[in-house]
Each structure stands twice: as structure tokens, then as C-alpha cells.
Ligand binder design. Structure first.
Ligand code: ADP
Length: 446
């Protein structure tokens, strides 16, 4: 998961937890507050009722009920909707209790109403009475349900808002990190790295950007030293190798050597020839990497496969391999280096022959797709193991003893030439079935 989404989710999660906790308890808090409010109303009503009793005398209230002389004499009154009620009833001596406020169901005119009831005992004319003042709890229960519903809606709205706001804020805060990331992705080579600092007020990002720039500088100078070293060594080696070759040729030309000595000299000449080929390949790679190769030609990429197959025909017949070319639509690449492009396709087709099976097939095809012009070299050869695919473009890496000359420099050269022409090389391979090498050139305007 991307850092941006992680931060937004973690931020939202903690906030949502707090809000959810609050909203879960909110209906309960409101319920308690409503009950407290009812209780205080009941207490006020109790005061008023007791004052009325004393002012009007108890007898009048009792007279509104039943006979005041009897111990079970009672008075009761309630509103039309049974929201409030008052009752006074005589109780036996010794049944009195302290004042209480309780929530209990009450039968009011044959209707059971959940009520909050204040109970107060008092004496009048040597009789004990119980005064009960009640209020219906139905509206508090309704309020509780409404509050739970509202809380749920609020929670959903808050979750959506916090996630969206956090995503926005995190995206804004992490903008410099994305710029650093984009700089790294856009860099194929350290010398192409954009050393302009990313503008940010976050010190961590500034530190990261500076560190990456420093590292790129170091890598770039290490690359330069390596390139210069290879170029110099290759150049310096070519002269003595050529001198040795000439000397050996001169020795052979004298005709005074024994047959055994001649064979040894010819073998040494072959070794020197291979050494020269390696040095030339290294020199060519380093020249291309140092941008010392010219790039002035216009090359029709659909024509190149035909030229390569004409050049390599002899090797094909020797190994009983058939080569099929499907040039397809033409594409003129300019500016380009014709001889380097020829070398690149030659190396790919040469490998397709080298690592093919007897009576195998090779096909070269050109096509345009998704903004790229693709040249594909496909063979029915031995294939490449998945674990080796990553390193086949490294210099001197070779995996198959094909019995033919192998220096591990053919594919590095292919890659360098492709990059010199802003193209990319991709490989797909299945062991024992074959390999497909695709060189993709970006189409103009794509
Ligand atoms: P070389 O062919 O001289 O060994 P390359 O750089 O051209 O060097 O290739 C490197 C390695 O990649 C080869 O040794 C071989 O193992 C593998 N390889 C290259 N092309 C193919 C192919 N078409 N089929 C199978 N293996 C291949």
C-alpha cells in the first residue's frame, strides 16, 4: 500500500475511533440529562403540590378522590395523553419510606406507561399518605432512538469527510516525496539525473532529496571513472595485441618453423584474435556510452532484418535453421547510427542461431503498437531460465555452453545500442521452447 493511503487511513482511523466513542455514548449522555431534567421538574412539582396541600387542606384533595375517613382514600389526576400524573393515597402506618425517584411502568387508566415517578410520604390527620408525581418516559425513549439514528448518520458523514480530507492533506504534504520519486523514475543514467533541488519546507524531504543527489553524484563519478578506465585500457591493449599479431604473422611467413611450432603460433593467433574481438566490443560499448558514436543516419527499421538475414544466411544453412522475416510497416528512425543498429540486430539473430536447436526456426517481425515500433526476434531454441533473465544484459554473463565462441558481450552491446537510440529491449523466454527479444522504439508524438 502506498505511504499516502497508509497515512490518510491511520490518521482517519484514530479520529474516527474518538468520534465513534463519543457518538456511541452520546445517546446515553442525553438520556441521563433528560432523566435529570425530569427529576428536577418532579421535585419542583412536589414542592408546589405540598404547598397546595397545606393551603387547600388535605381534605379537599382527598374529597376529590374517595372518602377521606378511610385509610385507602386516594386522589389521582393525569393529563389527557397520560404524560403527567399526580396521586395521593393513604398508606398503613409503618409502610412509609424515604423519598425516592424511580423509573417503573405505571397503569394509568388501564394503559401501561413507562414513567419516572417521585414518591413522597407525609402525615395528615394522623394518617400516612403517599404522594406520587410522575412523568411519562416515552418521549425520552423516542429521543434515545432518534439520537442513535442521528449519531449513525453523523458517524458515516464524519468517516467520509475525514478520509477525504486526510487523503487531500496527505497528498499535499507528500507532494515533494512524489517529485523525488518522479526524478528517480525518470533517471535511467546518473548523468541524466535532475540535480535541481525539490522545493519543500519539510526538512526530512529536503534531507532525502539532498542525500539522493549526493549519491547520484558519487555514482556518476564512479561510472565516469569506470568508463574512462575501460576506454583507456581497451585502447592501450589494442596496440600491443596488433603488434603481437603482426609478429606472429611474420614468424609464420619465414617458413623456417617446424610444423609443431606453426600449429602453436596459429593457436596463439586465434587467441589473440578473440582477445582483439573482446577489446573491440568493450571499446565500442564505451564509445557509445560516452556519446562518441555518430548519429547522423536515417534508417528504415523494416529493412534492417532483411539485411541481417542476407549477411547471416551461411550460418543458417550450416545449422539447418530456417529464418522468416515479416518486415511489416516501415519506420524511418532518425537520427540513428545504421552500422550500430545493424550490429544490434545481428547480435540478436546470431544468438537466436547460436542457442537454437537443430532444425529450429527464427522469425523477425516489425509492428507498431501502443506508441512503439517493435522489432521482434523470436527463436525456438533452448530458452533462458527465469533466474538468469535479469542478468543476461550484464557484461561477461553467459549461461549456456553452446560450443560456439561466447564472450558475454553480445547482449550488453544490444542494450547499449538500444539505449543510444532511446529504445528498450525486453525478453520473454521459456526453457526448451524458445526466446523472444523485442526492441521497442518510441514513435514520434506518442
Ligand atoms: P554470448 O552469446 O557471447 O555468451 P551474450 O551477451 O550475447 O553473450 O548472451 C549472454 C547469455 O544469454 C548467453 O550466454 C546465453 O546464455 C543467453 N542467451 C542470449 N541469447 C539467447 C537466446 N536467444 N536463447 C537462449 N539463451 C540466450
Amino acid at each position: 500500500m502506498k505511504l499516502y493511503y497508509k497515512l490518510a487511513l491511520i490518521n482517519s482511523f484514530t479520529r474516527i475511533l474518538i468520534v465513534a466513542g463519543f457518538l456511541i455514548f452520546l445517546p446515553n449522555i442525553i438520556y441521563q440529562a433528560a432523566v435529570k431534567h425530569i427529576d428536577s421538574r418532579l421535585e419542583k412539582k412536589e414542592g408546589k403540590m405540598l404547598r397546595l396541600i397545606h393551603n387547600k387542606t388535605m381534605g379537599e384533595f382527598i374529597a376529590e378522590g374517595t372518602d377521606s375517613t378511610k385509610a385507602d382514600s386516594a386522589f389521582s389526576d393525569y393529563t389527557v395523553f397520560k404524560e403527567n400524573f399526580v396521586s395521593i393515597e393513604a398508606v398503613k402506618q409503618g409502610e412509609e419510606e424515604g423519598d425516592t425517584i424511580v423509573t417503573s411502568p405505571r397503569d394509568i387508566d388501564s394503559v401501561i406507561v413507562e414513567s419516572r415517578v417521585l414518591r413522597h410520604f407525609f402525615h395528615y390527620n394522623n394518617t400516612s399518605y403517599l404522594l406520587e408525581i410522575g412523568e411519562s418516559m416515552e418521549y425520552v425513549k423516542d429521543l434515545n432512538v432518534i439520537m442513535r439514528e442521528i449519531s449513525l448518520y453523523i458517524l458515516i458523514i464524519i468517516i467520509t469527510l475525514t478520509v477525504l480530507i486526510d487523503l487531500g492533506i496527505t497528498q499535499y504534504l507528500l507532494r515533494p516525496l512524489r517529485k523525488i520519486e518522479a526524478k528517480l523514475f525518470a533517471t535511467r543514467r546518473p548523468e541524466k539525473f535532475d540535480y535541481n533541488p525539490v522545493i519543500t519546507s519539510t526538512t526530512d524531504f529536503r534531507y532525502l532529496d539532498n542525500t539522493i543527489s549526493d549519491m547520484m553524484h558519487k555514482i556518476q563519478s564512479a561510472f565516469l571513472i569506470e568508463k574512462e578506465f575501460i576506454a583507456n585500457v581497451s585502447h592501450e591493449l589494442l596496440t600491443p595485441v596488433s603488434i603481437l599479431q603482426t609478429r606472429l604473422e611474420n614468424m609464420l611467413a619465414t617458413g623456417t618453423l617446424s610444423e609443431e611450432a606453426e600449429i602453436k603460433i596459429i593457436e596463439s593467433q586465434n587467441t589473440l584474435g578473440r582477445l582483439k574481438q573482446i577489446i573491440r566490443s568493450l571499446l565500442l560499448i564505451s564509445q557509445i556510452e560516452n556519446n562518441q558514436a555518430p548519429k547522423e543516419d536515417k534508417v528504415d527499421l523494416a529493412e534492417l532484418p532483411k539485411e541481417v538475414s542476407a549477411e547471416i544466411e551461411e550460418r543458417l544453412t550450416g545449422k539447418h535453421i530456417t529464418l522468416e522475416t515479416n518486415p511489416g510497416e516501415s519506420f524511418i528512425l532518425a537520427p540513428a547510427n545504421r552500422s550500430l543498429l545493424f550490429t544490434m540486430f545481428f547480435n540478436l539473430v546470431n544468438n537466436a542461431i547460436k542457442y537454437n536447436k537443430p532444425n529450429g526456426k527464427i522469425s523477425i517481425s516489425c509492428s507498431k503498437a501502443d506508441g512503439f515500433y517493435n522489432v521482434m526476434v523470436k527463436d525456438t531454441g533452448i530458452g533462458i531460465a527465469p533466474e538468469n533473465i535479469k542478468s543476461i544484459f550484464y557484461r561477461f554473463k553467459k549461461f549456456n555452453a553452446s560450443g560456439e565462441e561466447s564472450y558475454g558481450l553480445g547482449l550488453p552491446m544490444v542494450k547499449t545500442i538500444a539505449e543510444f537510440h532511446n529504445a528498450e529491449v525486453k525478453v520473454e523466454s521459456v526453457v526448451n521452447e524458445g526466446s523472444t527479444f523485442t526492441v521497442s522504439f518510441k514513435l514520434p508524438g506518442a
